[in-house]
Design a protein around this ligand. Structure first.
Ligand SMILES: C[S@@+](CC[C@H](N)C(=O)[O-])C[C@H]1O[C@@H](n2cnc3c(N)ncnc32)[C@H](O)[C@@H]1O
Length: 333
């Protein structure tokens, strides 16, 4: 039954659409629901009463748990306030792995501490049963001089050639802030954020489901990293934008045989276990302590896949893509 929904963005209410998905059939579920912050969605009124919102959230979270395979992972993205309630609910039926703090400052709010992160709750359906791969990201450097930002002191000989293991605080992925870089949608996520979650918890051809698909970020990430996707979205216009973008997305985020995540022609995430196979593609500083000021770079930049979905904005459905002028749009940070 699930085959009918594979690699589709289905238009409708996620609670209705979930009824078509069998128990234990999906490898990873990711939800980025409306945050109840009165955002201006086309079809959804983002302002429910407190308890009404939480009751609704418990319904779709329970569906996410139901459809996820025993080897699968469940992710929910929101502001910390709502995640505290989600966690209380999720703790009853699934197993906590991490609270990922995505350092992505939002507008100044309130009169106490300024919000500077979103949270992504990471649960596994069955304790110690989910697939989890350790990830690495490139060393963070000073933009002008290129020096490592972190002071490794006397430990520079022990640096990893590509970059450090990823922790539960993500500071290297920025929100899409500028309107010119985004679809006609108030809360579009950066695709390489999803690449990271997908590379961490799924394998090629696994199924990724997003019940609040928006303009298709999760589906695009799944497609370009060789996974299958199912998206649900209430708004027909957002579905249309997603389909346009998906038609232009290739399954080509690879170096050799290895799936990786690219952003702005740089690799932003790899699996730790893949480094030995990826190493031949890179110029690596020698001796390793010179990593302090010399970057590990790709030997051949022609290997970087030119994927039209790299541009965050391919919106408004009738857009014409000129293949000769594809640009990588830089997010304003
Ligand atoms: C925060 S946005 C998701 C954005 C998405 N992550 C992206 O990057 O494009 C939430 C989305 O949920 C959709 N939505 C709201 N209620 C829904 C429902 N009951 N079923 C399916 N989608 C719904 C809204 O139209 C909106 O596009």
């Amino acid at each position: 039954m699930i085959d009918k929904y594979i690699n589709k963005i289905c238009q409708g209410d996620c609670l209705e659409l979930f009824k078509n998905i069998p128990d234990n059939s999906v490898d990873m579920t990711f939800a980025d629901p409306p945050f109840n912050l009165k955002k201006n969605y086309k079809s959804y009124k983002d302002s429910l009463e407190f308890q009404e919102y939480l009751n609704w959230c418990e319904q779709w979270i329970s569906e996410m748990i139901r459809v996820t395979k025993p080897t699968g992972s469940i992710f929910v993205h929101n502001i910390p306030k709502w995640l505290t309630y989600y966690a209380t609910y999720l703790n009853k039926f699934a197993h906590f792995k991490h609270w990922i703090s995505w350092d992505a400052p939002s507008a100044p709010m309130g009169k106490s501490l300024q919000p500077a992160h979103y949270g992504i709750l990471f649960y596994e359906k069955k304790e110690k049963k989910s697939k989890i791969y350790e990830l690495r990201y490139p060393h963070k450097r000073d933009r002008k001089q290129g020096f490592l930002l972190k002071d490794y002191g006397g430990k520079k000989d022990g640096l990893h050639q590509f970059g450090p293991l990823i922790s539960d605080v993500w500071t290297d992925i920025h929100r899409i802030k500028h309107n010119k870089n985004r679809d006609t949608h108030p809360c579009q996520l950066p695709i390489h954020l999803l690449d990271r979650l997908i590379l961490m918890t799924t394998d090629e051809n696994d199924i990724v489901l997003d019940p609040f698909s928006g303009t298709g970020t999760t589906a695009i990430s799944a497609k370009r990293t060789g996974r299958k996707y199912i998206g649900f979205e209430l708004d027909p216009f957002y579905v249309q934008i997603s389909e346009e973008k998906l038609n232009k997305t290739l399954s080509n985020y690879k170096l050799g045989n290895i799936w990786v995540s690219f952003y702005l022609q740089e690799i932003v995430t790899i699996r730790d276990k893949d480094w030995e196979s990826l190493r031949p593609f890179f110029n690596i500083p020698h001796p390793i302590r010179t990593t302090d000021y010399i970057k590990t770079t790709l030997k051949n930049r022609k290997l970087i896949p030119l994927n039209k979905s790299d541009t965050s904005k391919l919106n408004n459905c009738n857009i014409k893509i000129d293949n000769t002028k594809i640009k990588y749009i830089e997010e304003v940070t």
